[in-house]
Design a protein around this ligand. Structure first.
Ligand code: SAM
Length: 224
């Protein structure tokens, strides 16, 4: 079975388990080649629904988590997205497919921040090699500070677990009418995924489910 067949099989199983329902997200998950974002030793496991190691103690999330977060964010064409925690760059590529499916017509953009330079450089290379170089900007730095030079963002997703108090710069940099998707809680266990929407500078927060992510380390995150 080639990678495309394996990817289709994975998507079918995510649909059956109701992690994938939106046609736009299904299309993006069918298109983005997860195996091209992985280190050599993990490539053969690319289409198993599991988190995988990407080096220096970090992981790429399980595909069902990518699917769930993309659906919750309601990403649509033309939006400006901020991702905190680039990791492999795979989730940023999925977001790129959703906000800029036809880049020439409706240029949405994804800004993604990674604190480890080694991962940021590798992710940038993978994004360029898979054709997302013009739609995704990779930044190396502390994502808990957001990216004020491009704010406000329609959508913000955080792919590492924040302390219970969500970093204030991220709330500030979210556009009115925007959605922030963030895991928060303790550094290891007892984390929950939240969807926070902003309307007229007021925030409405909803818990979605229990999750387990690597910690968000930084000025408004956990200490190293
Ligand atoms: N979204 C990624 C992907 O598609 O591969 C997976 C992200 S991984 C679960 C979480 C990432 O967040 C790690 O690479 C980690 O180094 C990064 N991270 C943790 N704290 C950070 C911070 N303050 N700013 C930027 N990146 C951070």
């Amino acid at each position: 079975m080639d990678y495309e067949d394996k990817r289709s099989k994975l998507v079918e199983s995510l649909k059956k388990r109701a992690f994938l329902t939106k046609p736009s997200v299904i299309k993006a998950m069918l298109k983005v080649p997860r195996h091209k974002f992985l280190p050599k030793g993990a490539i053969e496991s690319a289409y198993i629904d599991s988190p995988l190691s990407i080096g220096i103690g970090q992981t790429i999330s399980a595909p069902h988590m990518n699917a769930m977060m993309c659906e919750l964010l309601e990403l649509t064409e033309g939006e400006k997205v901020l991702e905190i925690g680039t990791g492999s760059g795979y989730h940023a590529a999925l977001c790129a497919e959703l906000v800029a499916p036809d880049y020439s017509k409706n240029p949405g953009h994804v800004y993604t921040i990674e604190r480890h330079k080694e991962l940021a450089d590798k992710a940038e290379e993978s994004l360029i090699n898979t054709g997302y170089g013009d739609i995704v900007t990779v930044i190396c730095g502390d994502g808990t500070l957001g990216y004020p030079q491009e704010a406000p963002f329609h959508k913000i997703l955080v792919t590492a677990s924040s302390p219970k108090k969500v970093p204030p710069p991220l709330k500030k940099q979210l556009k009115n009418g925007g959605i922030l998707c963030i895991p928060a809680g303790s550094k290891e266990w007892g984390q929950d995924l939240y969807i926070i929407s902003k309307k007229e500078n007021k925030f409405d927060s909803k818990r979605v489910t229990g999750v387990r992510f690597v910690p968000l380390i930084g000025e408004w995150g956990f200490p190293e």
